[in-house]
Design a protein around this ligand. Structure first.
Ligand code: GLC
Length: 687
């Protein structure tokens, strides 16, 4: 059951797809305090209450004990002191003894989530602007709460099937030659690969919807040549549009008044990669339609997927903030800079980026009303993704396109996936990647993954290998690194064969992973869940944060520490561990419920299957289209006749029907022997 409560004058965010009439009775669970314009919601926490939610964020899966903000930020430093990163996913689930409810704050502006930070036994959520709708969700389980929430906010985005393949990316790939070099080095070593991302360097002077002719003399030819080799090129699109006369996107946007404006009506200027840029007012339907249609230029060249970036929006400086910094520098020139003056000078320049002053300098038109940017800040990236989705729909409504964005808001989960932004080549970020997965899934973002190997800092061979062992399970599996960091492609490392073998496990699992993903998306479920979701009565499972449930029948527990040769796991029930070295080389280890140490050499990774259940392992290939799932090997620990039902489709159809794509593989067990006409039962454990 979901009930809606309105405060102030709520702004349309596009997060919710169900129309509920606001209640007039007081809101349950919380004490509401209004101190204009702020509204606060306070709740006493019981000793053992757990708080899930908040989607893309740092720290744990249980959010209790810290302070979070809803404020989309271009912050490449995902350290544990951060209150927010690129997204605002304002969903909280409160879970404890006799307590199981969710609350969604549909507020596009700044919010503070004090979840036992100021007072350990109190959660206090504050909307700074006070214009919001609050949705209180009640159900009898955590899974049911999330399903209700998805019903409220709409079905998750469906990527094309090829987007489950391995994607190689790097800030610095600029040309057709660079892409060919990457592809050749994968193909010649039989390392699976389905796509190469093109970062900002493919553009002409960082201008959206252009490509540098000298780097791509024949873009269409290059895209089709790659496609023959089963590779897709995936270009980046940035939010800011370069200010330049004669650049058609800029000229047109100015002429039609599509860019965000300042109070005096002049278009707002902020600098990003191309220098001074304009920011399309994505909150307007007509601007979204216009910007969305620009993707057609690349779709016409055969491109089928994109990533949207810098859409918090990131602003390096504006002419106004830069001028202030120069003034500070002039004032301090020649001064003997002591502690205060030195920091004033330094901060004058670093403070120009993503500044509140700039976010208060421009306006959006929302349903005919002018609203200052800071009040709707968190919607910008989501509305850019919506523009892209509208553009794809207008281009070919029958087809799925790949789209993943950096910034997002609830609602954007219907239009695209997200990647987890500029992480670092740190072991702690491998763990953070794992912890964000279920939180993002609760909020509807199913197509997600992090930059495998780490974006910033120099990776190490063992970190990349271990990270791939987690990435094997994330729908978006992309190796991406920042300019200036060590080369990070699999083929650069001595142990590339071990990495290739792990990627082959991914490809052997894709038919199952795709099936689990599609079932989760089409049935409003989750692909990754904290253990507490599946074992509600288990006190120990409630606190586990470094293992996740995956799909209906599996659990993952990656190694996330350097030099570790194994790890401890907690099994809430009997499970079969598959210790993979490759798609063709693995051990089956039946394990009873409880605590275990498991040995895992650097090239080994575990997958746990609940006893009594089956998963199929297909014949791997070097690209998704080549995978043969017709007669899979079945893995499982069973006693009696068992079946597994898989979903499949052509991988493109934009309106798939679950029932039409289901295929059941059944196994009969007689005298300790398993048989199936549709599958190979040679690796089943029977007792
Ligand atoms: C941002 C993105 C990163 C990209 C870089 C250059 O930092 O998050 O993925 O490589 O910009 O475009």
């Amino acid at each position: 059951m979901i009930r809606r409560y309105d405060f102030g004058t709520p702004i349309r965010t596009h997060a919710v797809v169900q129309t509920l009439i606001p209640e007039t009775a007081p809101m349950p669970f919380f004490t509401v305090e209004q101190q204009s314009p702020e509204v606060s919601f306070t709740l006493a926490l019981h000793r053992d209450d757990v708080i899930f939610g908040l989607g893309e964020n740092v720290r744990g899966v249980n959010k209790r004990g810290h302070l979070y903000h809803a404020w989309n930020s271009d912050d490449p430093s995902h350290t544990e002191n951060k209150a927010s990163i690129y997204a605002s996913h304002n969903l909280l689930l409160f879970y404890g003894e006799n307590r199981c409810f969710g609350v969604y704050f549909d507020d596009p502006g700044d919010m503070v989530f004090d979840l036992g930070y100021t007072h350990a036994a109190e959660a206090k959520i504050t909307s700074r602007e006070g214009d919001l709708s609050v949705y209180v969700i009640e159900a009898d389980s955590l899974t049911a709460l999330c399903r209700e929430f998805r019903g409220l906010t709409g079905r998750s985005y469906l990527p094309p099937k090829w987007a489950f393949g391995y994607i190689q990316s790097r800030w610095g790939y600029a040309s057709a030659e660079d892409a060919r070099f990457v592809v050749e080095n994968h193909r010649s070593r039989h390392i699976p690969l389905d796509a190469v991302c093109m970062d900002i360097d493919y553009m002409e002077d960082y201008k959206d919807f252009t490509w540098a002719e000298k780097h791509f003399p024949d873009l269409k030819g290059c895209v089709s040549e790659m496609k023959k080799d089963h590779i897709r090129l995936v270009p980046i699109i940035d939010a800011g549009v370069k200010q330049q006369e004669g650049y058609s996107v800029c000229d047109e946007g100015l002429e039609k008044g599509y860019f965000c404006k300042k109070e005096n009506g002049d278009p707002f200027i902020g600098a990003v990669w191309p220098g001074r840029s304009y920011f399309p007012d994505f909150l307007r339907e007509d601007v979204r339609a216009w910007f969305g249609s620009k993707y057609h230029l690349l779709l016409d060249a055969g491109v089928e997927g994109f990533w949207n970036d810098m859409n918090e929006p990131a602003i390096f400086y504006s002419p106004e903030t830069l001028e202030k910094a120069y003034e500070a520098a002039d004032r301090l020139r020649g001064v003997n800079l002591g502690i205060n003056e030195f920091f004033q000078l330094k901060d004058a320049f670093t403070g120009t980026s993503n500044s509140m002053e700039d976010y208060r300098r421009f306006y959006h038109e929302v349903d005919g009303r002018l609203i200052r940017h800071d009040k709707v800040h968190n919607l910008y990236g989501a509305m850019m993704t919506k523009a892209a989705a509208q553009g794809f729909h207008a281009y070919d409504e029958s087809k799925r396109f790949l789209m993943f964005s950096r910034s997002s808001f609830i609602g954007a989960h219907r239009d695209g996936g997200v990647w987890q932004g500029d992480n670092c080549a740190w072991w702690s970020h491998l763990l953070l990647n794992l912890k964000m997965l279920p939180s993002l899934n609760m909020c509807g973002f199913l197509y997600t993954g992090a930059d495998v190997g780490g974006f910033g800092c120099h990776t190490t061979e063992d970190l990349l290998l271990r990270w791939l062992q987690l990435g094997v399970f994330t729908p978006l599996l992309r190796n991406h690194a920042a300019l200036g960091t060590r080369d990070q492609e699999v083929f650069r490392f001595d142990c590339w064969e071990d990495m290739r073998n792990i990627l082959r496990v991914r490809y052997a699992l894709i038919p199952w992973l795709y099936s689990e993903f599609m079932k989760a998306a089409l049935e409003d479920g989750m692909l990754f869940r904290p253990l507490a979701f599946d074992y509600p009565g288990d006190r120990l499972a409630l606190r586990v944060e470094d293992q996740m449930m995956l799909g209906a029948d599996c659990m993952i527990a990656p190694v996330y520490e350097q030099n570790a040769r194994g790890r401890y796991v907690y099994l809430p029930e009997d499970m079969l561990m598959i210790r993979f070295r490759s798609d063709a080389d693995y051990d089956l280890v039946p394990m009873e419920a409880g605590h275990h140490w498991i040995d895992l050499e650097l090239h080994e990774m575990p997958l746990f299957i609940r006893r009594g259940h089956l998963i199929p392992l297909a014949k791997a290939a070097e690209y998704v289209d080549g995978i043969d799932a017709s007669h899979p090997v079945l893995l499982g620990w069973i006693r009696e006749n068992t079946a597994v039902t898989l979903y499949d489709d052509d991988g493109f159809n934009a309106s798939p029907v679950l029932a039409e794509g289901l295929r059941t593989i059944s196994v009969t067990v007689e005298d300790g022997c398993a048989r199936s006409v549709q599958a190979d039962c040679s690796r089943l454990v029977i007792d």
